[in-house]
Design a binder for this molecule. Structure first.
Ligand code: ATP
Ligand code: MG
Length: 549
């Protein structure tokens, strides 16, 4: 393959260094990668990193990235998952060149197995899975050769054909590569490459009752797609010699190159599909797209912008060594994006009535639509005599340095006036029912001549026009990381979803479903409608509160 002499992108990580070497040495021309999910569950944020690596690398080199469904395990795979995976990739903003399935290649994979048998590189073994495991040896001791290892090619061909024709039960026989039972790498000790499994496949139906193993099928599928660089996570590093063995045994040219990178791990976030599936099946969450789930559909449903997920993947970078990233780092990326893009609005999550006894009528006040965006302009909000404030912004028994509202104290109402609390209505249980204030007419925001100094500014909504909205607040599904080592079910946080009834500006109710807002002093919320009810669903709090408790 010739080197076109085009200038290479400067390598920003070790994968790109390898790719540049391969291009410079003339080993490869156009770059081709693939994103290889197994359709046995929904994609999670770890997959976002894999996509960032696979799609992102291809993009940088002007190459292509395929969507490759690794469907060699028929009992766990479903079309529902295939559809969800496609939708999630598109949401994240990637486009694949070609969509293909391991099962598209089953015929060729089978033909290649016949070739390996004819060339004495594979044999049919009658040992059970248990016996194979027990004769595999250990890291310090070699394994034992199977008594079936020296069957003739003719006998192997006959038996393998019979396996395919359904003559044997599951596990009665298998096909093994004939490599080296003394190899220091356990994956090279005559690994199983085909197994018998009488299962209906979601695409090939009952055509097959033998299925290739991942380690054998994957290099073949990569080669048949024209993959130049097969980028995968570190747990496959020990499998690379087998990946290469398959390519060499079958004479692939050019042989795809496998390069491993570190998985994304995030504190207090479990990504394994097995665990996520358990949460869904045991109804511990509302579904795969529950806003508390680390799935991409969960993040989307939560209102997290795809741009923030991509930005996060880009910032954490691509490394060769495993590490764990703080969840708060992800949240910071989400906040940064929303700060620049979300409109501001006011809602009161635990409403307390505030009446301004000396105010009559109403007026329109200017609010910045988004003070982080100069071009966003302003929006008018109606101020009046009857308001709601957060009950937490008033204290009967204020601690020192309490700058919000207290009896006989002053506070500024956001973008409006300074008010003085004259009186409080308290019910028989001692709960504050309503606060009565007087406002200072000369204290109008932006034109304050009152001379009164206040440290606290609180938000409010107009009680005469506000709307009721349900607020959903989220916390981590798992209680904090100190519980590590325990079963996940014991770590479940029973209070991870909190429902409140809020009073909100009418502007929020009119917004299109899905619009994100910064609720002043509270957090970022997505407006939505559920069964006709108006909902504000938390995306991320304004501050990092993970360690608050
Ligand atoms: P899980 O263990 O969550 O089930 P998986 O590896 O079995 O994940 P696949 O569907 O096989 O999931 O993964 C598709 C691709 O995504 C693989 O190349 C895999 O290495 C990669 N991937 C999965 N989890 C992560 C992660 N946390 N960080 C980076 N890449 C990941
Ligand atoms: Mg997997």
């Amino acid at each position: 393959m010739e080197n076109t002499g085009k200038k290479l992108p400067e390598a920003t990580n070790f994968i790109e260094q390898f790719i540049n070497e391969d291009i410079e040495s003339g080993k490869v021309g156009a770059i081709q990668t693939r994103f290889p999910p197994e359709p046995n569950g929904y994609l999670h944020i770890g997959h976002a990193k894999s996509m960032f690596v696979n799609f992102g690398t291809a993009l940088r080199y002007g190459g292509k990235c395929n969507l490759f469904f690794d469907d060699t395990n028929p009992s766990k795979e479903k079309t529902e998952f295939v559809d969800a995976i496609r939708a999630d990739i598109r949401w994240l903003g990637y486009e694949w060149a070609r969509e293909c399935y391991a099962s598209d290649f089953f015929d060729t994979i089978y033909e290649y197995a016949l070739r390996l048998i004819r060339e004495g590189k594979a044999f049919v073994c009658d040992l059970s899975a248990e016996e194979i495991k027990n004769t595999r040896g250990t890291l310090t001791e070699p394994g034992q050769e199977s008594p079936y290892r020296n069957r003739t090619a003719e006998e192997n061909l006959r038996l393998f054909t019979e396996m395919k024709e359904g003559k044997y039960r599951d596990g009665e026989k298998c096909l093994r590569a004939k490599i080296d039972m003394a190899s220091p790498n356990l994956n090279m000790r005559d690994p199983v490459i085909y197994r018998i499994l009488h299962a209906t496949h979601h695409r090939t139906g009952d055509k097959w009752c033998i299925y290739p193993m991942y380690d054998y099928a994957h290099p073949i599928c990569d080669y048949l797609q024209g993959v130049t660089h097969s980028l995968c996570t570190l747990e496959f590093e020990d499998h690379r010699p087998l990946y290469d063995w398959v390519g060499i045994a079958l004479g692939f040219s050019p042989k795809p190159r496998q390069i491993e990178f570190a998985r994304l791990n995030i504190t207090n976030t479990v990504m394994s599909k097995r665990y996520l599936k358990k949460l869904v099946e045991e109804n511990l969450v509302h579904g795969w797209d529950d806003p508390r789930m680390p799935t991409l559909s969960g993040l989307r449903n939560r209102g997290i912008p795809a741009e923030a997920v991509r930005d996060f993947c880009s910032r954490i970078g691509i490394a060769k060594a495993n590490s764990e990233c703080e969840y708060s780092y992800f949240e910071a990326c989400v906040r940064e994006y929303l700060n620049a893009h979300a409109e501001r609005a006011m809602a009161v999550l635990s409403p307390l009535k505030l009446t301004i006894t000396n105010y009559e009528g109403e007026e329109l006040l200017d609010f910045d639509v988004n003070q982080a965006d100069e071009n966003a302009g302003t929006r008018a909000v109606k101020f009046g005599k009857h308001l709601y404030i957060e009950s937490t912004d008033f204290s009967l028994d204020p601690p020192p340095k309490y700058f919000r509202l207290k009896k006989d104290g002053y506070v500024r109402l956001k973008n409006a006036y300074i008010v003085h609390c004259d009186d409080v209505a308290i019910d028989e249980q001692g709960n504050v029912q309503e606060v009565f204030c007087t406002y200072i007419p000369e204290s109008h925001s932006g034109n304050d001549t009152s001379g009164i100094k206040v440290k606290g500014v609180i938000h409010w909504v107009n009680a005469d026009e506000c709307v009721d909205m349900q607020v959903r607040q989220y916390e981590s599904l798992l209680r904090d990381a100190d519980y590590a080592g325990q079963d996940f079910s014991e770590r479940m946080n029973a209070q991870s979803e909190i429902i409140l009834q809020a009073k909100a500006e009418p502007y929020l109710a009119q917004a299109k479903d899905g619009t994100p807002f910064q609720l002043m002093r509270t957090g970022y919320y997505k407006k939505c409608t559920d069964n006709g009810e108006l909902v504000l669903s938390e995306i991320v709090s304004l501050k990092d509160n993970f360690n608050k408790k």
